[in-house]
Design a protein. Structure first.
Length: 684
């Protein structure tokens, strides 16, 4: 097989580089996997490298398997002896080989996320520490975050009681892991790094062995992963790093785009090779994506192009409401299906998981099969099922399924033995009838549900749902969970879902029936041609004939959180770039003028990213609201101005963003961003 056959000039240059370290800036759809596999095959077949001398790092086991299969197909010889896998997989392999030097038992156990969380809970309990003040999930992030920075408990500085206690828990957790001969995922990398750093013999062994190190998705490496690579690379090692800083969207996981610039300096890269020819998308899609990402300042810079120029314009639809946006998307999906496009080749992308509910509802009503990629459908999500169980029990206290689901969630000290005893007492009767008087904790639960029932009596359905979420403790539980933001957004969306069930009958019964029907007995779209629903983060690495990118509104995409994080807006723009470059032939962009939030209608401004796309590349569909002339001129507000808002009262302007928004610090309501078009602010 001719390894270089079909490669473009830049790909060929990368594959045939002499023995030196290199940085390959590989744009979306530019054939980076082919370049990596061809480089390995070329080293073995043309440069006489032994598979034993090659280490290749991928970010998923699936990518490692695919790479192995491709390389095997390209070469007539066995590639046994080559190390290829994820950072964690390779570190595990190294620690197994040197377990004594690493201070580990030969058969050390690896803790997955849930095992790690269980151990942290045991440690907190053994130290008699309040797990409400120090939530185990938050401690898990604290421990893993420090390990990924290369820090042990003794490296931390404690400034107060809170930080000293967290340090103490971290120390006790490490001691427990050592006693049990267990390592978590972050420990695999940290202990492997420490082994290489302190043991010169082992370090030199691997530096001599691995003359070629190749790294995929280099932009997603964190600080410790990069340091591990640097320790492995000897003076005769060539490191071949492939990545795209414009597709770095995992800062929340510790990904550090700065590693690419450091790599350039540390490894004295003479020439960054840019793979800019795209083999996926039509020209108009690429031109639009290039125009958006160009607004980021912290980037290495490249410009995607394709020989398949032109193509269809991007379609943009501005809907009056979020439900009408969903209806438009479903109609277009139907049209695409009639044109012969497979449903599985159509993706519906959104910034936040909570957005899927309205879209799922429209697909369900249209009888269109769909699958939520990399996640659960809205009514199957844990927090939604918990909230619905509370509502079911409020409606019918004889609902044993609902009772069992929530009797100890959030945790209220009702253990498995208590439940077993209650079930034995109840016999054929409902658990509720036997719960009161059983013990103090069960009495408190019964009282809670009864007080909920009183509170929601006579309330509208959205008010009832909101009350139950609050009184049940679900809201405060997820507020204390570092990963709880998505779950809280989903619970807010459940309130929105309830808003349409105000009927003459019993709206709660109708709502619960609707939720059960949409959840269904099987995963919608399983085993059949189905529309793919997913967050933009989940879409990375995938491609589709047609992509719908919904909810392009300020505060939603870009997400409101991005205003508070350094580099947050640039990360959001990279997300937009990733979303746009998933489409091969057709890209739909949509937003809604009004969207339900917390059971109330909110009015929204179209995303700034829409304005960054050249008009000639976009075909507006239907009614597109013209911007009010006042907002095309200079903002009427200056920083420091005193203003009055009908709901929030008096405040002071802190910032003005373009002609569209102001940030105001209200005396009563605190700091808020407001859309000038709808805010009704009065200067005072």
């Amino acid at each position: 097989m001719d390894i270089l056959s079909g490669l473009n000039p830049e790909q060929t240059e990368a594959v045939t580089l002499p023995h030196r370290s290199a940085l390959i800036l590989a744009g979306a759809g530019s054939g980076k996997t082919r370049v990596l596999t061809s480089r390995i095959a070329y080293l073995i077949q043309k440069r006489g490298a032994s598979p034993h001398e090659i280490l290749a790092v991928t970010f998923t086991n699936k990518a490692a398997r695919e790479m192995m299969a491709r390389i095997s197909a390209m070469l007539p010889i066995s590639i046994r002896g080559m190390w290829i896998g994820t950072f964690h997989g390779l570190c595990n392999r190294m620690l197994r080989a040197h377990h004594k030097d690493a201070g580990l038992p030969e058969a050390f156990q690896i803790l997955d996320s849930s095992d790690q969380l269980s151990m942290i809970k045991r440690v907190v309990k053994s130290l008699n520490i309040d797990d409400e003040k120090y939530p185990p999930k938050e401690l898990q992030h604290f421990i893993n975050g420090n390990k990924e920075e290369g820090l042990r408990p003794h490296d931390l500085t404690a400034y107060d009681t809170f930080s000293r206690t967290r340090q103490q828990i971290f120390e006790a957790y490490e001691a427990q892991c050592n006693r049990e001969g267990a390592v978590d995922f972050a420990e695999l990398l940290l202990r492997s790094y420490e082994l290489l750093k302190r043991n010169e013999l082992i370090r030199e062994h691997y530096r001599t062995r691995f003359r070629h190190i190749l790294i995929d998705e280099f932009q997603d490496t964190n600080r410790l992963q990069y340091q591990w690579i640097k320790l492995l690379a000897g003076k005769d090692t060539a490191v071949f790093a492939v990545g795209d800083d414009d597709q770095s969207i995992y800062a929340f996981r510790g990904a550090n785009t700065g590693n690419m610039l450091e790599f350039e300096r540390d490894f004295q890269i003479e020439n960054v090779i840019k793979l800019e020819q795209n083999y996926r998308s039509h020209g108009n899609i690429l031109d639009a994506a290039n125009a958006v990402i160009r607004h980021n300042t912290a980037r290495m810079g490249k410009n995607l192009w394709t020989s398949d120029a032109g193509g269809e314009k991007l379609r943009f639809y501005q809907a009056p409401t979020d439900m009408m946006e969903a209806e438009y998307i479903v109609e277009e999906i139907g049209s695409l299906g009639r044109e012969g496009v497979a449903l599985s080749d159509i993706a519906l992308l959104y910034r936040s998981n909570a957005q899927s509910r309205v879209l799922e509802h429209a697909l369900f009503n249209a009888n269109l099969p769909y699958r939520v990629y990399g996640g659960l459908r809205f009514f199957e999500r844990q927090e939604i099922k918990h909230a619905l169980a509370y509502l079911r029990l409020v409606h019918s206290m004889d609902d044993d399924g609902a009772f069992l689901r929530i009797v100890n969630f959030p945790a209220r000290g009702i253990g498995a033995k208590t439940i077993e005893s209650l079930q034995a007492d109840a016999g054929s009767a409902s658990l509720w009838t036997k719960a009161r008087g059983k013990n103090k904790k069960l009495d408190e639960f019964v009282n809670l549900v009864e007080s909920m029932k009183r509170e929601v009596s006579g309330a509208s359905l959205p008010e009832a749902v909101e009350t139950v979420i609050e009184m049940s403790g679900l809201k405060s539980h997820y507020l204390n969970d570092k990963d709880g933001e998505d779950r809280l957004e989903n619970l807010d969306e459940l309130v929105n879902a309830a808003a349409v069930f105000e009927s003459e009958g019993d709206p709660l019964v109708e709502f619960l029936s609707h939720a059960a029907l949409e959840a269904g007995e099987r995963q919608s779209g399983e085993g059949e041609d189905a529309v793919q629903l997913m967050t933009v983060h989940s879409a990375k690495g995938l491609e589709f004939h047609s992509v719908f990118l919904s909810g392009l509104e300020e505060g939603l995409f870009p997400h409101s959180n991005s205003r508070n994080d350094a580099g947050g807006l640039e990360e959001e723009r990279r997300l937009m770039y990733v979303a746009m470059t998933r489409a091969r032939r057709r890209l739909y962009l949509s937003c809604a003028q009004s969207r339900m939030l917390h059971g109330q209608t909110n009015y929204n401004i179209p995303s700034r990213f829409l304005k960054e796309i050249p008009e000639q590349l976009v075909q507006p569909i239907g009614y597109v609201e013209e911007r009010a002339p006042a907002f095309e001129k200079k903002s009427p507000y200056r920083i420091g101005a005193n203003v009055f808002h009908p709901k929030f009262g008096e405040g002071v302007v802190l910032a003005c963003e373009g002609m569209d928004q102001v940030q105001v610090n209200f005396r009563r309501a605190g700091v808020k961003w407001l859309a000038l078009e709808y805010a009704n602010l009065i200067a005072i």
